[in-house]
Design a protein around this ligand. Structure first.
Ligand code: HSE
Length: 309
């Protein structure tokens, strides 16, 4: 039925969590993107308006939402078309899953308008097309938690196998978003495509430790595991003051800290709201002394992913 409309929000996310490049991510309570979507029978994709961001293109061939809706329309067949309005609450290039949230909102909205005919894995696959467009790589570690909520592990991309992980009750996340933009494609270009075996051993030891720590609600183990031997050493130089920020987080009681996604946002995981508040203050003071404009957020892991709004 054409003319059906829906309004969906999808949250920002933290991907990689230091040790899980491209395979793990968590949903935050805020900020979020909103997609308003109408089903049409034109067979075409139209992005009518983008609110909250002047730099994104409305050309469906150049926009995350367009790429996702194109994939959904192709899978649906016939003359399926969509008209979309995108409301950006998450700044592009921020490192907290801006494209992933737009993609997740678009995929979820389209799935609902098409009477839930697609599985959640299908929706993640559609959302990955948005990531492919903007970064050249169809990773799911932002789109999956934004769609599904909670902490998600992409155990395998082929076949796609997504595992929802346990959320420790007292786990909080602090985000410092310096006013700068890093293109994911650029940050990915800095990474080695081959990793020495010894480095890989240390990295997968930490990822396994993080997952075990989540299930055991062992905050010390979570903290010990938040170490990145793969991406952080290559990307830290893109974020001015990164070492100071990380030090401020740890000094104020964070379990661990690192680059959120491909940056420039820096995340810290904390036990409890009070510690998160201290950590956010310590990291914010560091930003003030560096003289860089920034936004700061703190949030428990959100169980909610994309939802009607
Ligand atoms: N895992 C991806 C990366 C997330 O680090 O490149 C970027 O959004």
């Amino acid at each position: 039925m054409t003319g059906k409309k829906i309004r969906v929000k999808a949250p920002a996310t933290v991907s990689n969590l230091s040790c899980g490049f491209d395979v793990i991510g968590l949903a935050l309570g805020e900020p979020y993107d909103i997609v308003e979507l109408e089903l049409t029978e034109t067979g075409s994709i139209e992005i009518e308006e983008i609110r909250g961001c002047e730099t994104l293109s409305r050309d469906p061939g150049k926009n995350v939402v367009g790429a996702v809706l194109k994939a959904v329309a192709a899978a649906a067949g016939g003359l399926t078309g969509f008209r979309a309005v995108l409301e950006k609450g998450i700044r592009p290039g921020s490192g907290i899953g801006s494209s992933g949230a737009s993609a997740a909102a678009a995929a979820y909205a389209a799935g609902r308008l098409l009477d839930d005919r697609f599985s959640l894995n299908d929706l993640v696959r559609f959302a990955m097309e948005g990531e492919r467009l903007v970064s050249g790589s169809p990773h799911a570690d932002n789109a999956a938690p934004s769609l599904l909520g909670g902490i998600t592990l992409i155990r395998s991309y082929d076949p796609l196998d997504i595992v929802q992980l346990h959320i420790p009750r007292e786990l909080w996340c602090v985000i410092i978003h310096p006013e700068a933009e890093i293109r994911t494609s650029v940050a990915r270009g800095l990474l080695d495509t081959h990793i020495p075996l010894g480095t890989a051993v240390r990295q997968w030891g930490n990822l396994a430790g993080l997952v075990a720590g989540l299930y055991r609600e062992d905050y010390e183990l979570i903290g010990r595991s938040l170490v990145d031997f793969v991406a952080e050493p290559k990307r830290a130089g893109l974020i001015s003051g990164f070492c100071d920020l990380k030090e401020a987080a740890l000094k104020n009681g964070a379990l661990g800290a690192g680059i959120s996604g491909s940056g420039p946002s820096v995340f810290a995981l904390c036990r409890g709201r009070d510690t998160a508040a201290e950590v956010m203050k310590g990291m914010s003071d560091t930003m003030v002394s560096l003289g860089t404009a920034f936004d700061a957020y703190m949030s428990p892991v959100s169980r909610k992913g994309a939802e009607e709004w």
